[in-house]
Design a protein around this ligand. Structure first.
Ligand code: C2E
Ligand code: CA
Ligand code: CA
Length: 706
């Protein structure tokens, strides 16, 4: 059996309508069967029409405006699109105005509601409330709701009908009717009242149906306010009392109807609307309401709770390759494992396809949240057996803490979600807290730093090599090592992005050492393959040179790898001359004595004095790309480059032009007497195997003239 439910949300709150009739009119005016309580909607905004179909028993079409064809002022949006007529399907969202919307749902079974003793506002992982019918004793446990006054103009068709029934024939009315005066004397009981509540006559105003009614009513009544409702719950039955005060004779007439079934249906609908059918978990709508309640309760208390978002990595892949039924089995299995880790007060909901949200209350410390997250990640690392497939999954969890990371529902959810995406960037099986009060940039820094640490461990760093070509022979005479970071999730990250960070955090020491060792190993490997030995330049950070033990570290690497130091070149920037110049010169001389080549990188961009060049024990000068870029157009740049080349030659230095991209640049640099060039015109930095192929080809053929 299918049930069609419309959940309306307007400025007055949520209401569920079980759609049983063939037509419904929706709008602001009170004549509508579904009243939209907002001034922004039309008097008759829309109409719902039941349409019979062969496939399913019935479905609903929504049309803009009235059945007579009068359209609403602002129209209706279905799932964000303006529509005049639309056949509703499960989950469709209908927007009537800025503040009024509805969601249409088709609910299958209204059975199998988990039974629980919890009251409606205490729904936790243990389940949802259900009302069950037990034998009825009219005097047993009872409670009543506050009395609600209803202005005349708001009287619903249902109340009108109830009141009018009395006028016709109270004696025949199957609904109990009681009349009282203001001092609590029962004036009349109709036959239905007498038979359904036999104790009324004896108990009088102390009967649950009448208890405290006058106390609630008397302060409220006046000649204008005549209608009230309250609900009385007696022994699992719910009765609605429609109370009509007649000021002319000071009589109160109470119409009683048993609304137990209706309330049951509403509870069931509320349950269905808040539940995910696959896992049986509450859904995101429920999470939202749960958090609103949780926050309300905690206001002004010094308690914390955490919202965790968990996402299964590459779930789509499993779904697409093994089919949705296996995907569904996996989701259920994941849900079951996670459930085992929950405390009785925790809540877990299915947030999206492969996302779960967990609310864990009264956490003792932040560490406790880390432990929970780690336990969850751990529990899901064990393989799953789904339909005969052994599946291994990894997950990522993000968490936000109330009230530290946010105090409103949307914020907590958003921050937990954001933290989860950040965890994803960290790699598989990671956990991240939301980082409060931090700009996006600082986050990037922080997560980059963690990422970078891992990059070294996970072999995500690679050395690429850019050829340096002799301008006269056209031969590759040297290589420069350029670091590459292939991040699993973020792709290739440029060294200009992470080297400054590595320098700031000190990670450059470990990274620099790795590059040096890697380069030496590679150079030896190429030589062992029979390739002609070639000089390789490694970029050094000033931070590395400031390390006391750098020299011994370098010596050790050379010894370990057995590379002839003559094939190693260290590229240093002019910044090295900023302080402790004498000390640096001593160090550079030590390198020189070991046989290592030295070059000044990015020449022209840093320290402006050229006089120091004379003092430095260097072999090569690399002219920065900045001067080369416009060399063919800009006379000023051409003059600078020409004088750098002349100066270098006068100091017996080799000159390399960096960033050469065009034939014109090549020709001009050759005419200026530049020795070597490096740039995209020949090759970008290339991976090991491509360099290997180039060197091999060069060893057997005559290089092309350039
Ligand atoms: P750099 O030493 O000046 O390296 C040259 C940069 O210019 C490289 O960028 C290279 O790919 C790029 N390049 C080469 N030819 C051309 C060209 O024709 N046109 C253009 N537009 N660009 C060209 P990359 O690889 O992104 O490296 C950037 C910087 O990162 C390097 O600048 C260097 O300062 C630093 N770096 C790279 N690897 C390392 C390393 O292992 N250690 C240290 N400390 N720094 C490194
Ligand atoms: Ca360089
Ligand atoms: Ca450079």
């Amino acid at each position: 059996m299918l049930h069609h439910v419309l959940t309306v949300e307007d400025p007055q709150g949520f209401r569920n309508f079980l759609l049983n009739n063939m037509t419904y009119s929706l709008g602001r005016s009170l004549g509508n069967s579904i009243i939209l309580r907002s001034n922004l909607v039309s008097r008759q905004q829309a109409t719902l029409l039941a349409v019979a179909s062969k496939k399913s028993s019935c479905f609903f079409r929504i049309i803009d405006g009235s059945l007579e064809g009068k359209r609403s002022t602002n129209g209706i949006l279905i799932n964000g699109k303006k529509r005049f007529s639309h056949i509703l399907s499960h989950g469709d969202e209908i927007l009537f105005s800025k503040d009024t919307k509805a969601v249409y749902q088709v609910i299958t079974a209204i059975t199998n509601i988990p039974k629980s003793n919890t009251s409606q506002d205490q729904i936790t992982k243990s389940g949802f409330p259900s009302l069950n019918n037990q034998s009825f004793d009219e005097t047993e446990v009872f409670q009543f709701s506050p009395l609600k006054s209803i202005p005349d103009q708001d009287l619903s068709a249902h109340i009108h009908k109830t009141i009018n029934q009395f006028i016709s024939s109270p004696e025949l009315n199957p609904q109990p009717i009681i009349e009282l005066n203001l001092v609590g004397k029962i004036l009349y009981l109709n036959p239905a009242a007498l038979s359904q509540f036999p104790k009324l006559e004896e108990m009088k105003v102390s009967h649950p149906l009448l208890q405290e009614l006058l106390m609630q009513l008397v302060p409220l009544v006046n000649p204008v306010r005549k209608f009230f409702v309250r609900e009385v719950k007696i022994n699992n039955k719910v009765f609605e009392e429609i109370i009509h005060f007649m000021p002319w004779n000071e009589v109160i007439r109470i119409h009683i109807s048993d609304v137990t079934k209706q309330r049951q249906a509403e509870a069931i609908i509320a349950y269905q609307i808040h539940q995910d059918t696959l896992t049986g978990l509450p859904n995101r709508k429920y999470l939202h309401e749960h958090l609103v309640e949780a926050i309300k309760k905690l206001e002004n208390k010094k308690q914390q709770f955490a919202v965790l978002f968990l996402d299964i990595d590459r779930f789509k892949l499993i779904n697409n390759s093994l089919g949705h039924s296996i995907g569904d089995l996996l989701l259920k299995a994941v849900c079951d494992r996670l459930k085992n880790l929950l405390k009785p007060d925790d809540l877990m909901v299915r947030w999206g396809a492969d996302e779960f949200a967990i609310v864990t209350k009264a956490i003792a410390s932040i560490d406790a949240v880390v432990q929970i997250a780690e336990a969850m990640i751990q529990a899901l690392t064990l393989p799953f057996n789904c339909g005969g497939h052994e599946l291994h999954i990894t997950t990522c969890i993000g968490a936000s803490i109330y009230p530290d990371h946010n105090t409103d529902v949307e914020g907590l959810i958003r921050n937990a979600d954001m933290a989860m995406y950040r965890a994803k960037a960290e790699g598989q099986n990671s956990f991240q807290f939301y980082i409060p009060n931090m700009q996006e940039q600082s986050f990037q820094r922080l997560s980059m730093e963690n990422n970078l640490r891992r990059a070294l461990e996970n072999n995500e760093l690679l050395t690429y090599y850019q050829p340096q070509v002799d301008l006269i022979t056209g031969k590759i005479v040297g290589l420069e090592v350029l670091l590459r970071w292939k991040h699993v999730a973020l792709g290739a990250i440029s060294p200009s992005q992470f080297i400054p960070l590595a320098e700031e955090t000190g990670l450059i020491i470990a990274i620099g050492t790795w590059v040096l060792r890697q380069t030496c190993l590679q150079a030896v490997a190429w030589q062992n393959m029979g390739l002609p030995p070639i000089q390789i330049g490694v970029n050094l950070s000033i931070k590395q040179l400031q390390q006391k033990d750098f020299l011994s570290c370098l010596q050790q690497i050379l010894e370990e790898t057995n590379l002839d130091p003559h094939f190693l070149e260290l590229e240093i920037t002019e910044g090295i001359m900023m302080d402790n110049v004498e000390e640096k010169i001593i160090l550079l001389n030590e390198f020189r004595q070991m046989g290592i080549q030295l070059s000044i990188d990015d020449f022209g961009t840093g320290y402006s004095s050229l006089s120091y060049l004379k003092k430095l024990p260097i072999d090569t000068l690399k002219i920065d790309r900045i001067f080369i870029e416009y060399i063919t157009y800009n006379e000023h740049d051409r003059t600078i480059v020409a004088s750098i080349i002349n100066l270098s030659h006068s100091l017996s230095l080799n000159v390399i032009a960096e960033g050469v991209e065009t034939q014109e640049q090549v020709d001009l640099l050759r005419s200026l007497g530049c020795d070597q060039i490096q740039g995209y015109f020949f090759h970008k930095a290339l991976p090991v195997d491509e360099i290997e192929a180039l060197l091999r080809a060069q060893a057997v053929t005559k290089p092309n003239k350039i």
